[in-house]
Ligand binder design. Structure first.
Ligand code: PHE
Length: 338
């Protein structure tokens, strides 16, 4: 009887020592306590059987039982402390640290939106360098040196004597694409442009354009009108009036400017449209035969149209933003709205 009890006590001790190793939180610790130290635990039962023993046996088992109980209580206290320490290190009840999620810039989003609309009409995307040569930015676009039209674009030169400059428009991409591929062609080219302009509510020395070019046999001005009208309706998603008026660019003939009824005042007249009810948003025209000759296309066989639009301008109208500088100031409160 005595031997059996001692064996039992030792077994419980071992088991309790083993199981406490797995105890990692308060819940498990409480379960462990009930199992090994609770009123219904084996240890408690052994304590209650003591009275049936002889005095000698009582002494021995009593001592053993008390030692075991003390050991288990000690294990319990130590583990409890450990758990509390972890809890203060990782207090899961503390509020989390807020972090902001990155987003695409509104200009990038508007470019993507425009590209998607042209994708539907079969246009692919082309790109060209921001640092250009005089040849691609002007000469090949039918604007040789001393041509008065060069004054339309106030140019930033990097090395004037070598003709290296920051492109003033995305039109040089037309030349690069036509120099590389044969017609038929249908591309748009988004990108940054640079002009020696003031930095005020409606001007910025750096801005974005999207160039468009379509070349094939029998392309007519009506195709240009159709493509641009479809694009503008899709982009503004509301009924707008579109006006084509005569204009001049050295690389298109005839040339036109496109204005839309002011999306701010619906054509009634306001400060954004200078009380005219209309806003000019892009330049366009039929590709000049000289441009075709320069890139080696036969102007007797092929015709085409081109256009260039300001991305910031379109974004300002669509999202009713009244100052172009907001796009570049990296104010997260502004940018976070889109
Ligand atoms: N490149 C012209 C500009 O920036 C716009 C344009 C592009 C006009 C293509 C006609 C054809 O002013």
């Amino acid at each position: 009887m005595l031997k059996k009890m001692i064996e039992e006590i030792e077994e419980i001790t071992k088991l309790a020592q083993q199981e406490i190793k797995e105890v990692k939180n308060q819940d498990l610790l409480e379960k462990w306590r009930i199992k090994f130290l609770g009123r219904k635990s084996i240890l408690s039962k052994l304590f209650s059987t003591i009275s049936n023993l002889s005095i000698e046996e009582k002494k021995e088992i009593g001592k053993k039982l008390n030692e075991t109980k003390n050991l288990l209580v000690q294990l319990y206290e130590e583990t409890k402390k450990k758990i509390e320490k972890v809890k203060t290190k990782y207090n899961f009840t503390f509020p989390g640290k807020p972090f902001s999620i990155g987003k695409l810039h509104i200009i990038t989003k508007v470019i993507d939106e425009i590209v998607q609309i042209f994708y539907k009409m079969g246009f692919g995307v082309a790109e060209g360098p921001e640092i250009e040569t005089d040849y691609y930015n002007f000469t090949a676009l039918n604007t040789p040196e001393e041509h008065p039209a060069r004054d339309i674009w106030d140019t930033f030169y990097i090395k004037k004597e070598k003709g290296i400059l920051l492109r003033t428009h995305t039109s040089p991409v037309q030349i690069r694409v036509m120099g590389k591929y044969k017609p038929p062609l249908r591309i748009i080219a988004p990108g940054k442009c640079f002009r020696r302009d003031a930095f005020d509510s409606s001007h910025s020395p750096v801005f974005h354009q999207i160039e468009g070019l379509m070349v094939d046999k029998d392309i007519k001005f009506t195709h240009l009108k159709g493509v641009l009208s479809y694009f503008l309706q899709e982009f503004f998603k509301e009924e707008i009036k579109i006006i084509f008026s005569p204009s001049y660019f050295p690389f298109t003939e005839p040339s036109a400017e496109v204005s839309i009824s002011c999306v701010i005042c619906n054509g009634r007249g306001c400060s954004t449209c200078g009380n005219t009810g209309f806003l000019e948003i892009l330049g366009c025209g039929m590709v000049h035969p000289n441009v075709f000759r320069i890139v080696g296309y036969d102007p007797e066989v092929y015709t085409g149209f081109a256009f260039g639009m300001g991305v910031e301008r379109l974004a300002m109208l669509k999202y009713e933003i009244d100052d172009i500088r907001y796009f570049y100031l990296n104010n997260l409160k502004f940018l976070g709205q889109f």
